[in-house]
Write a protein that binds this ligand. Structure first.
Ligand code: 4AD
Ligand code: MG
Length: 452
């Protein structure tokens, strides 16, 4: 029986139960031993009392931290902080741990724990992080499925650069010179890459099934050494036909609120752990986000606020420049003190597919910013007008031949449509208070590092 289920028992089961897990601590006294085990099903350990003389007691005396065990016993009411403990009737050691098991002591640095990414899920912190990750993935599907969105699997290998930033990992079976001289000899007959976003393919499905979402891994070969960038990360990308920027912003805000509320409701024990050991203000902040409405501000207004802030920023603030993370964080942490959506960015800093506004200067783009992180969502209304899209492709030096199928959507029954991408790891950082993206993904890939 999973420990989470054991600890939630209303009354003690009449029959002995079987519990399996890994040893956290062992203390021996004259006639019995206490063994704390954890099986990862919840944060809490289960305390086992093993009396001298039960079958397997000689094993109990060998158990070290990290060993795997199988225990049969009866649930009895505990004197300690938990409701139940297990009075063992027999114990079997499945595999002892060698003396140098690295997770014995508390207080290891996050850097050290990353170097043992194969064992860190057995620590309290990482067990909690990955249970929350699982719950949030489930909640994302629930959010969209309840609204009737269709889940689409967009390809991981693609020939198009959605964001136009040229930060793609090439997928090839060619060697040496042929890479440049004979790309037609390559496996797919032309240069192919790992996708940076499922959006373009997602749009084709929205222009058939109306409301869709993708949820999968995406890849970026950007050389960013920050706590918020990974080379492989997961993105949730809804796309809605017959929808404009307003509807897009509404959905992004509703989704972030929904996920935060779901975590508060279903991950309470783990969030309390983060609140005690990682980020003291976490639960209060999440509650605030779940209850309060967010702010919205145009890019132009945001730039004015930043210019008049009296703050000294490292990067310049000026109409036409992208907002940097320090600017985003000032807006959400210092000025609005809540999540804020910035919309209508200058066309010059955004990709080819965004819809041009009537001012001819800005596009119908939006970024949702949260305290502590900055951007967690980026989205836009898409350019649905054939002639304007063609101009945009030209401006961005992209050939219409390469995007013929994307252009086709505008030829055959075009509709206004909009969507966004939510960075799944950024959401997890926000929900757990964990400060580095490397610590909310099981095996992080970042420049110079793809271990495990
Ligand atoms: O703003 P981005 O680049 O938008 C897109 O890719 C659009 N095609 C999405 C769409 O409209 N369907 O990325 C979306 C989000 C960002 O807001 C951020 O949360 C996350 O993806 N993200 C990253 N997360 C981790 N590591 C990286 N290197 C990331 N780059 C973007
Ligand atoms: Mg973005």
């Amino acid at each position: 029986m999973p420990v989470s289920q054991v600890l939630n028992c209303e009354t003690a089961p009449a029959e002995p139960i079987l519990v399996q897990g890994w040893v956290r601590t062992r203390r021996d006294s004259k006639a019995f031993s206490f063994v704390e085990i954890n099986d990862g099903s919840c944060l809490a350990n289960l305390q086992i009392i093993a009396d001298q003389g039960i079958p397997g007691y000689e094993d109990v005396l060998q158990l070290r931290t990290g060993a795997s065990v199988s225990i049969t016993g009866n649930l009895v009411e505990s004197q300690g902080k938990q409701k139940w403990e297990l009075q063992a009737t027999s114990v079997e050691m499945l595999g002892n741990a060698e003396e140098d098991f690295p997770l014995q002591k508390k207080g290891h640095s996050m850097e050290f724990l990353r170097s043992i990414a194969h064992l860190r899920p057995r620590s309290n912190l990482f067990g909690a992080v990955f249970r929350v990750r699982s719950r949030m993935a489930y909640a994302i599907h629930q959010f969209f499925q309840d609204k009737g969105f269709v889940y689409v699997h967009t390809p991981i290998i693609t020939a198009s650069d959605c964001e136009g930033a040229g930060e793609m990992f090439r997928v090839t079976t060619l060697d040496g010179e042929e890479l440049d001289t004979a790309p037609e000899k390559d496996f797919f007959g032309k240069p192919s890459y790992l996708t940076v976003s499922g959006q373009l393919e997602g749009e084709t499905f929205a222009c058939a099934l109306s409301n869709i979402y993708t949820f999968g891994p995406t890849f970026r070969a950007e050389n960013s050494h920050t706590s918020r960038h990974a080379s492989e990360f997961w993105m949730v990308e809804p796309e809605m036909a017959f929808c404009d920027l307003q509807g897009d912003m509404d959905l992004a805000e509703e989704m972030v609120k929904y996920l935060v509320t779901d975590a508060l409701e279903h991950c309470r024990e783990d969030l309390q752990f983060f609140n005690s050991f990682i980020d003291k203000g976490l639960i209060e902040r999440l509650q605030f986000v779940s209850e309060r409405s967010f702010e919205r501000v145009s890019y132009t207004e945001a730039v004015e606020l930043l210019e008049n802030s009296g703050e000294k920023f490292e990067y310049p603030v000026e109409y036409g420049l992208n907002l940097q993370s320090e600017h985003e964080r000032w807006l959400t942490e210092e000025h609005f003190k809540c999540p804020v959506t910035v919309y209508n960015y200058p066309a010059t800093v955004k990709p080819f597919y965004m819809r041009r506004n009537d001012d001819d200067k800005t596009v119908a783009a939006m970024d949702l910013l949260v305290p502590g992180i900055g951007e967690i969502v980026g989205g836009s209304q898409r350019e649905e007008r054939l002639d304007v899209l063609r101009e945009n492709l030209k401006h961005h030096d992209l050939s219409e031949e390469d995007y013929w199928w994307y252009v086709d959507l505008r030829k055959y029954g075009t509709v206004k449509h909009a969507g966004f991408g939510l960075g799944f790891e950024r959401l997890l950082m926000f929900v757990t208070g964990v400060a580095n993206i490397r610590d909310v993904i099981p095996f992080p890939r970042t420049p110079g590092s793809a271990d495990f």
